[in-house]
Design a protein around this ligand. Structure first.
Ligand SMILES: [Zn+2]
Length: 267
């Protein structure tokens, strides 16, 4: 402190303290960089050894990452979340990120992916609520059966089957858009099964099936557009997948299956 008092005769105390802290921090960082090769997980700062991030091995760790079972820095968490990291759904930081993530604007997507020629009216959503709930249930069922499914699989499957229906509606031709990913194939099969069952149920209860291919196309495109607003679009994102599963709690499958109590959330 004596040294400080001498120094302070020439400089304001506040400035001197700041400089002192800054110089210590800088020297601490310098020491760490110089010794990185021998001590990859440690930062020596102001005489205290702190663990460094298990991913970048440079910045200080601040949080536990359940994906790698190690401690990482907030920056790596933010950058690698659902990109290289398979974040468990119950991760606090994943949940927080989703709460703060703004819905993705559809404008920056390749517009053809959204089937711009397909118009969906409020009236359609009202009249075909059961179909939309049924297709959402098919998606949820696929996700429950295969927890490795990501938003990209659901969106890929919806896009592929919507393309088939668009061709059918516009030209009457049966065309199956190729799907090579086995996960997506299962989702496509689940959606086809749901449409088939929906038609059979209509036939059984009313004596005829009123469902048009154009209705199926609109319902698929509605879910596709909703999906794009619910995903972060990171490679391993599962925001949309989690969302559809959350619509159908496992203890009440009867409600979802019948469509009687299902709710549609308009994006
Ligand atoms: Zn890091």
């Amino acid at each position: 402190m004596r040294d400080f008092r001498i120094w302070n005769q020439k400089r304001p105390q506040k400035s001197a303290c700041k400089r002192f802290v800054l110089s210590n921090r800088l020297s601490g960082r310098w020491r760490n960089d110089a010794g990185n090769a021998h001590q990859p997980h440690g930062i020596i700062e102001a005489g205290v050894t702190l663990l460094s991030c298990a991913i970048c091995e440079i910045r200080k760790e601040k949080r536990f990452c359940p994906a790698i079972h190690g401690r990482i820095c907030p920056q790596c968490c933010g950058e690698q979340r659902e990109v290289t990291l398979d974040c468990p759904l119950d991760c606090t930081y994943l949940k927080q990120a989703r709460e703060h993530e703004k819905p993705q604007p559809l404008g920056d997507l390749e517009q053809s992916a959204l089937f711009p020629g397909v118009e969906i009216s409020e009236q359609f959503l009202y009249e075909q609520e059961h179909l939309i709930v049924g297709l959402s249930f098919a998606l949820a069922k696929s996700v429950r059966a295969n927890r490795n499914l990501r938003d990209s699989d659901l969106l890929g499957a919806l896009g592929s089957i919507a393309k088939s229906y668009e061709t059918l509606v516009n030209s009457g031709l049966h065309y199956e858009a190729p799907v090579t990913n086995p996960g997506q194939q299962a989702v496509v099969a689940g959606l086809h099964t749901m449409v088939k069952e929906f038609r059979e149920a209509e036939l059984k209860h009313t004596g005829h099936s009123r469902l048009r291919d154009a209705d199926v196309l609109q319902a698929l495109v509605f879910l596709l557009r909703m999906g794009y607003t619910r995903t972060s679009r990171r490679p391993k994102a599962r925001g949309f997948a989690d969302f559809v599963v959350a619509q159908f709690p496992e203890k009440e499958p009867a409600i979802a299956a019948s469509g009687a109590g299902g709710t549609i959330i308009v994006p």
